[in-house]
Design a protein around this ligand. Structure first.
Ligand code: S3P
Length: 178
């Protein structure tokens, strides 16, 4: 049987605008545990914002830094915490393997394309991959099958952050009882 202490990291995956960061922070507070935003870890280690990394060194270099940051946060230990991944993190096969080996619980935050576009509209300067609507929509379709490999999913489209956080906290507690 799994005891509560054995529930390790809870990873939130999903497209840009799915609400990974806001739901992640709310879920961590529901569960009374720490919260880590992977983009913030990358920015801290690179000493510059994500958009600047893309601009100066390209997406490939960003993916490399992102994988290193993932490795770092998953190596910290087995205690419970919530980690919001970037929209592309779980799409990279090696990252999915790394995550599977870690035993983390993976949650897919779904969002309708129109809602994702609406949510990131004001932040496209911060998100290099949200600069073109066509490319954004194409990526949205291409990534779905990767996100669907998560253990659990919930749609964030018309739900308040706190409702989603409570729903996920209940699911995590259910996993603890198994
Ligand atoms: C990306 C999503 C961003 C950030 C980077 C690349 C992606 O994170 O990691 O701009 O490939 O979808 P959010 O999903 O938090 O916006």
């Amino acid at each position: 049987m799994t005891s509560p202490a054995q529930i390790g990291p809870i990873l939130l995956v999903g497209f840009m605008g799915a609400g990974k960061t806001s739901v992640g922070a709310a879920l961590a507070s529901e569960l009374g545990c720490g919260f880590v935003d992977l983009d913030a870890v990358v920015e801290q280690s690179a000493g510059q914002p994500v958009a600047a990394i893309f601009g100066a060194e390209g997406e490939q270099r960003f993916r490399q830094l992102e994988s290193e940051a993932l490795d770092e946060v998953l190596s910290i230990g087995t205690r419970r915490r919530v980690i919001a991944l970037g929209g592309g993190t779980y799409v990279q096969l090696e990252n999915r393997h790394r995550i599977a080996r870690s035993g983390a619980l993976v949650v897919f935050l779904e969002v309708a394309l129109e809602e994702a576009m609406r949510r990131v509209r004001n932040f496209s300067g911060k998100r290099p991959l949200a600069a073109s609507q066509e490319a954004f929509a194409k990526l949205f379709e291409e990534r779905r099958s990767a996100y669907e490999q998560a253990h659990f999913r919930t749609d964030t489209t018309n739900k308040p952050v706190i409702t989603i956080a409570k729903e996920l906290a209940a699911w995590v507690r259910e996993q603890e009882r198994r």
